[in-house]
Design a protein around this ligand. Structure first.
Ligand code: XIL
Length: 297
């Protein structure tokens, strides 16, 4: 039978995926849906800094290995997420005030985590949510202590550790070309790429409210700066079929859009409780948006 992934791949895209981790995969209904319908997985939490290096120099890979092994054993592509983010960052990192120390901590974290999964990640979200709504780099411990050079430091370290992975900058509220954040990020990435920072792609998280209209135009703007773009964490409040169709059609229409990742399977497991933003309901039944996507594909 046709799956979302196989139908999307038949349209020339690389994957249609979802986030997952040991907990969600431990649910037999979730696992059955992922096995059947999705061609790519992103660790929802297990590769974040608090999970992989909870205290300095002490690494823990049980959750991330579980997800990476699931991908290998089941022929799923793996998007890896994420090496630098101000959330889910242990307090021992945010407490560092010395630039030399924070640089070496960042380089060691990236060398160790990206190195462990070298050859396994199709892509890495090297940096996550580093821009503000004004389209400029937002304050975080890395900007405050190291300065804006931290972005090149992070990408160079990722390139060294995982030379085969597509290296992404990932962010939310990039859904309209009219947003200052979308144009500011796109312009800054273009400058970084010209300056030799090894950025291959821009990930648009695509956490949306109902009533979506500007996805294609936004992806087109982002795609001017990089070799590829991806929708990395899709969920839409209410999950109207028309809204999902708008997003899927946008990726189909933009050649550089390589794939779409849903941020979860069942509404019962979504990080946005009560918004019912996913393709399967709380009883793991496919919703109208799911059916309409399959017919569209
Ligand atoms: C979310 C997870 O889904 C939750 O389980 C966790 O409690 C918080 O993080 N942007 C991102 C994702 O890049 O990593 C976030 O995932 C959602 C927002």
């Amino acid at each position: 039978s046709t799956s979302l992934n196989s139908a999307f791949v038949a349209k020339g895209k690389k994957y249609f995926g979802t986030c997952a981790d040991q907990g969600t995969l431990g649910n037999t209904q979730t696992k059955a849906i992922i096995d059947a319908d999705f061609g790519q997985v992103t660790p929802e939490n297990s590769m974040k800094w608090d999970a992989t290096e909870p205290s300095k120099g002490s690494f823990s890979f049980s959750g991330s290995d579980y997800l990476a092994d699931y991908a290998t054993e089941n022929g799923k592509m793996l998007r890896c997420h994420t090496l630098l983010w101000h959330n889910q960052l242990p307090s021992w990192v945010s407490a560092i005030t010395d630039a030399t120390e924070l640089t070496s901590v960042l380089e060691n974290h990236i060398a160790t985590v990206a190195g462990r999964y070298a050859g396994k990640c199709y892509a890495w979200d090297v940096v996550n949510e580093i821009f503000g709504e004004d389209g400029k780099l937002e304050s975080n411990v890395f900007l405050d202590v190291i300065g804006d050079g931290y972005v090149k430091i992070a990408f160079d370290a990722a390139k060294k550790a995982a030379p085969d992975a597509k290296l992404y900058i990932n962010d939310f509220n990039l859904d309209d070309p009219a947003y200052a954040k979308t144009s500011g990020l796109a312009a800054q990435v273009k400058e970084w790429v010209a300056a030799g920072v090894p950025i291959d792609g821009i990930g648009s998280q695509t956490h949306l409210g109902a009533g979506v209209t500007t996805t294609q135009a936004a992806l087109e703007l982002l795609a001017e700066s990089v070799d590829e773009v991806a929708i990395t964490e899709l969920d839409i409040a209410g999950a109207a079929a028309t809204d999902y169709e708008e997003v899927i059609n946008a990726c189909l229409a933009v050649d550089k859009c390589v794939g779409i990742t849903e941020w979860g399977v069942s509404d019962s497991q979504s990080w946005r409780p009560n918004e019912n933003p996913l393709l399967f309901d709380g009883s793991f039944e496919p919703k109208a948006a799911y059916t309409s996507l399959l017919s569209l594909l």
